[in-house]
Ligand binder design. Structure first.
Ligand code: ADP
Ligand code: ZN
Length: 612
């Protein structure tokens, strides 16, 4: 079968997405490849299609054993013989898997990296016809990346010990060139075909909010999205527990996930989420790598993550099926301190020398500054992310909190001058710069002990902004920093003027800042939540979803493995009446048509008959 036939018959798609074909062609011609695509961009297909075109078995190295099962189930439902090998198998299951592998029964086998080493596996692998070795989440091999896993370093040894070297295909969503180079070098890729696709995910709506009470705002946001599936990321376990309790108290079917829970509980909670028994998951970043639940329709960050790489990977879990999805970050200045603490103390540093550790921490601090810049920018949020990943972007994307006019850009030259001159006066008096907190207090005219002790109440700028709220002042300081009028020293937080500030103070350069036009009202849905389904089909879509759930329960598989939301939406729009028409629905392959076609066609038929 050629690649187009495979795409159509097994996966039910007619076209490749950008980048997929070049990578597939590379593999099919025997080359190594490196594919860099955003999460949800369609990396799996890049190795699954060649696996089905080529003779022999494809091995897929994947870091998270808990998710292999899902990937394998999804393949099996599409009619592909697949299996996984990891520590969750009993000795008997493992023996059986090896035996079937030896007989050439599988086309695709997922394997945990630490399993590659076992002598049993190597001697088996040496006898097999290995068509391709695919390395998923390949950035795990780089210590500069987010999720360094020492076990990934064993992959090249394994390849070397094979009797014939298969093409090696590496995939990641991490775009920094440093990590990319590291992957090529450490995996010893031989002149790989490299494809870096565009990073834009147009169906994702971005926003940054700075609420007074995060917890209240968060609960409001989740409540607005009742019935939808979503992830709430927090930076610490205790925050997960707090948010989880608050959501449960409000009757929201939520579950939670962090490293402090027992393994059984983590497994159970993850399944509750994947099977939509509890469609909202509150989690630390330990949750989600490799999660390909396609109907996640929002990802809310309760805390700012440590880098845009991490942020984009985490929000990438939303809207994988192409449906509109919301990515909302709740920012407060305190998040920066938490992130710095985690950078200094959170690293599993066994594999790094002291010098390497120092360097890694420095790198992380630079990444953190870029992340903070995102929260403070007055410009298009999508544009900020894309430029970070080295891609051009228009000024206005039309689908983020800034571009959709949730906020308004206004001439704030006067306010800026007040803040900047206060910074200047403080430095003049004390001989050093103070942090944003103290600066804000001086502008507010606060009776705070430190303000009085340092005599800052004697400055002419003391109380200059007393008609403003505390958080408003902080917002203005942050934005001035975001636009390079102020510089916050990353070590001690002291705020100083930049050369740009001089132009404002002495030459009257105008400053434009962005302010929220209305505070994010919980009852107002973000623009990204608009449903794309035409109203005529929505009743049919509901029925198709109900049928999907029923079938999924019968088979004890997650609903999205039966069909994705995007497939059901397309099905409702086309309302197929025959099996041929049914096969033309995007995401319906041969095997799934055989398995589910009759029931879905009957449901559509009933619906149309009732309407007539
Ligand atoms: P990644 O591994 O890059 O995060 P996936 O491989 O999980 O992304 O793909 C994300 C979604 O996109 C899946 O639901 C998949 O079925 C769908 N998809 C992949 N390739 C195509 C394609 N060529 N046409 C339509 N949908 C696709
Ligand atoms: Zn925008």
């Amino acid at each position: 079968m050629d690649k187009y036939a495979v795409l159509r018959e097994y996966f039910g798609y007619t076209d490749f997405r950008p980048g997929q074909e070049a990578l597939i062609d590379g593999i099919l011609s025997g080359r190594d490849v490196l594919g860099v695509m955003p999460t949800g961009g369609g990396k799996s297909l890049c190795y699954q299609v060649p696996a089905l075109v080529l003779d022999g078995v494809t091995l897929v190295v994947s870091p998270l054993i808990s998710l292999m099962k899902d990937q394998v189930t999804a393949l099996q439902k599409a009619g592909v013989s697949a299996a996984y090998i990891n520590s969750s198998l009993s000795p008997e299951e493992l023996r059986l898997a090896y035996q079937r592998m030896g007989q050439g029964q599988y086309k695709i086998v997922y394997i945990a990296p630490e399993r590659l080493e076992g002598d049993g596996f190597i001697s088996l692998a040496r006898r097999l016809n290995i068509a391709l070795l695919a390395v998923d989440e390949a950035h795990c091999i780089s210590q500069w990346g987010q999720d360094f896993r020492p076990s990934y370093l064993r992959i090249p040894d394994f390849v070397e010990r094979l009797s014939r070297r298969p093409p090696v295909a590496a995939f990641t969503a991490t775009a920094t060139s440093r990590v990319r180079e590291d992957i090529c070098q450490r995996l010893t890729l031989e002149e790989p075909v490299q494809v870096v696709t565009g990073f834009d995910r147009p169906n994702l709506y971005f926003d940054v909010l700075r609420p007074k009470s995060k917890l209240k705002t968060l609960c409001g946001l989740v409540e607005e999205r009742r019935g939808k599936s979503g992830i709430v990321y927090c930076s610490t376990r205790s925050a997960v527990d707090k948010v989880y309790a608050a959501l449960r108290e409000r009757g929201i079917p939520a579950t939670r996930y962090h490293a402090g829970l027992t393994q059984e509980e983590r497994k159970k909670n993850q399944e509750d989420f994947i099977y939509d028994r509890r469609p909202v998951c509150v989690a630390t970043n330990a949750f989600g790598m490799g999660i390909d639940k396609s109907n996640v329709s929002f990802v809310i960050h309760y805390n700012m993550p440590m880098s845009l790489d991490a942020y984009y990977q985490e929000v990438g879990r939303a809207g994988r099926d192409g449906e509109p999805a919301d990515c909302i970050l709740l920012y407060s200045p305190g998040d920066i301190q938490t992130a710095k603490y985690l950078i200094r103390n959170g690293r599993d540093n066994d594999a790094l020398s002291e010098e390497e550790l120092e360097q890694a921490i420095r790198q992380d601090m630079v990444r953190l500054e870029d992340m903070t810049g995102y929260c403070k920018t007055g410009g298009c949020l999508r544009g900020y992310i894309l430029r970070y990943f080295g891609q051009d972007a228009p000024e206005n994307c039309g689908n983020c909190g800034v571009c959709c006019g949730e906020s308004e850009t206004t001439d704030a030259t006067r306010q800026a001058q007040m803040v900047l001159s206060c910074v200047w006066r403080i430095k003049d008096k004390l001989g050093y710069n103070v942090g944003a907190l103290l600066l804000g207090r001086v502008l507010l005219g606060s009776q705070d002990k430190r303000v009085l002790e340092l005599g800052l109440n004697e400055l002419s700028t003391y109380g200059l902004m007393k008609s403003y709220g505390k958080s408003q002042i902080r917002d203005i300081i942050d934005q001035l920093e975001g636009q390079d009028y102020l510089y916050a020293d990353p070590n001690h937080g002291g705020i100083s003027l930049t050369s740009r500030a001089g132009a404002v103070l002495y030459h009257g350069e105008k400053v434009y800042l962005r302010f929220q036009t209305a505070s994010p009202a919980p009852e107002k849905a973000a623009p990204g939540t608009k449903s794309t389904a035409a109203p005529v089909e929505s009743a049919l879509l509901d029925r198709l979803k109900a049928l999907r759930l029923e079938l999924a329960r019968q088979e004890d598989i997650p609903a999205y493995i039966v069909f994705s939301n995007a497939t059901l939406t397309d099905m409702a729009a086309r309302s197929p009446r025959t099996m041929d028409e049914f096969l033309s629905v995007s995401g319906v392959g041969q095997i799934k048509a055989l398995r589910y076609g009759k029931q879905f066609l009957a449901a559509i038929n009933d619906y149309l008959a009732e309407k007539e």
